[in-house]
Design a protein around this ligand. Structure first.
Ligand code: AMP
Ligand code: MG
Length: 410
């Protein structure tokens, strides 16, 4: 029977562990995709405008295209110009054209007067207000100029960027490839969520939560299922996973129990860069590389696995995609109630952060034990409590990672 030994891995600080991961995280190569698939992707080239916008002088309003300095009180209405048309109409003194929003302002005209400020009868229009040259006309290139960089390399594509890409006619774009990330749950106790419960069984919640977290981080999740606590079985699955993926995330099996097999397997397959971190929850969190691929060994308790994903894995997956802001914003928050620090580890406690009276206030989600996934439900932040012995009182200010949208209050 295998025996239990204290961990021989050096204890890393959170900052050191993050740095080591960063040093081994590759920037993935570019690929070309359709605009329809671009949401959330990161551009790998600058995008340049291929035209002036607007490409022709265009009217901002419905009204009449006129010459502003025309002394005629009434002008003959030559025709009507609607958006999408183009003809060689010429506006001369004494004439005007009815024009609809977005239509090209005809040659000769230098202003558009709003229909509300005119009167038309018998084929003549009378301006009821003074007109200045340029009124209601969008000149060529007002919105963007041909040759201008409209989106820079490293931009995350959102709805606005998709609109800009369509404006400049870019229907194929060069973006960073998304990492494929394989997820393996380990543990003899694990059953599928729809399997009948049996004594000693635990439903495998981590794999589902991690697959979702990977998807949310813009990567492509690949489920490797559940592996029982057998070294040969786990090694085979880890090998298979790494052969198909850019990164591997395992759940469970990294502590010092007799059935914790992931670390020795990673040692055999590649290089374990660290096997312990001074973090609560998640002390046995392990990071290895295997032939350039990243392997993250997350602890099995549900909160430990998701907090380690948040703090260590998510930033790495975003970096691989060239994301400009891989780290969550760190803010200063005021504690709503007292917090007891861990004596020796940096603790990430789950909180709800609210914008209240011009300040960010953090309220605990309740009991913070690492098995209690409910402590993450509804949380939009992780307060970062440095090791210590003295209780931190309500009203004190601490650092927090903002992991979701702020709540507002009052
Ligand atoms: P381990 O890190 O393998 O020692 O697992 C610690 C504890 O985490 C186990 O006893 C389970 O209660 C829980 N656990 C492990 N894996 C999972 C999982 N995939 N889903 C939910 N809970 C798990
Ligand atoms: Mg286990």
């Amino acid at each position: 029977m295998p025996t239990m030994q204290p961990s021989r891995y050096a204890l890393r600080t959170v900052a050191d562990a993050s740095l080591i991961i960063r040093q081994h995280t590759p920037l993935l190569e570019p690929e070309t995709i359709d605009l329809a698939d671009a949401l959330g992707r990161v551009l790998a080239t600058d995008v340049v405008a291929d035209l002036d916008m607007p490409p022709f002088p265009s009217t901002l309003v419905d009204g009449y295209a006129v010459i502003a300095s025309d002394p005629h009180p009434r002008r003959r209405v030559l025709t009507e110009i609607t958006a999408g048309t183009a003809d060689d109409l010429l506006i001369q003194l004494g004439t005007a054209a009815r024009i609809m929003t977005g239509a090209p302002v005809p040659v000769g005209a230098d202003a558009v007067i709003m229909v509300e400020h005119t009167q038309e009868s018998d084929g003549y229009v009378t301006p009821l207000r003074p007109v200045r040259s340029g009124d209601n006309v969008r000149p060529v290139g007002l919105d963007m100029a041909r040759g201008q960089v409209v989106l820079a390399d490293g931009t995350v594509v959102g709805p606005t960027e998709i609109g800009l890409l369509a404006t400049v006619g870019q229907t194929r774009l060069v973006v960073r490839r998304r990492p494929v990330v394989a997820v393996l749950s380990t543990g003899d106790e694990l059953i599928e969520p729809d399997e009948p419960l049996r004594p000693g069984a635990i439903r495998d919640s981590n794999r589902r939560a991690l697959l979702a977290s990977i998807h949310e981080a813009g990567a492509v999740p690949l489920s490797l299922g559940t592996a029982r606590d057998d070294e040969a079985v786990q090694e085979e699955r880890i090998r298979a996973g790494l052969a198909q993926a850019d990164a591997l995330v395992t759940s469970g099996g990294v502590s010092v129990g007799s059935r914790d097999l992931v670390k020795p397997i990673l040692e055999r397959l590649g290089t374990v860069h660290f096997g312990r971190v001074s973090i609560k929850p998640g002390k046995p969190f392990t990071f290895a590389t295997v032939e350039g691929r990243l392997a993250f060994g997350l602890p099995g308790f549900p909160v430990s696995s998701l907090v380690c994903f948040e703090v260590f894995v998510r930033p790495a997956l975003l970096r691989m995609q060239g994301h400009p802001r891989p780290d969550r914003p760190e803010v200063r928050v005021i504690l709503d109630g007292p917090v007891q620090p861990s004596p020796d580890r940096t603790e990430y406690q789950r909180v709800v952060i609210t914008w209240r009276d011009g300040r960010l206030v953090a309220r605990t989600t309740g009991i913070q034990v690492s098995s209690r996934l409910l402590s993450m439900a509804g949380a939009n932040g992780l307060i970062k409590i440095e090791p210590g012995t003295a209780e931190i009182p309500a009203g004190a200010t601490v650092a927090a990672l903002l992991t979701g949208p702020l709540e507002t209050w009052g």
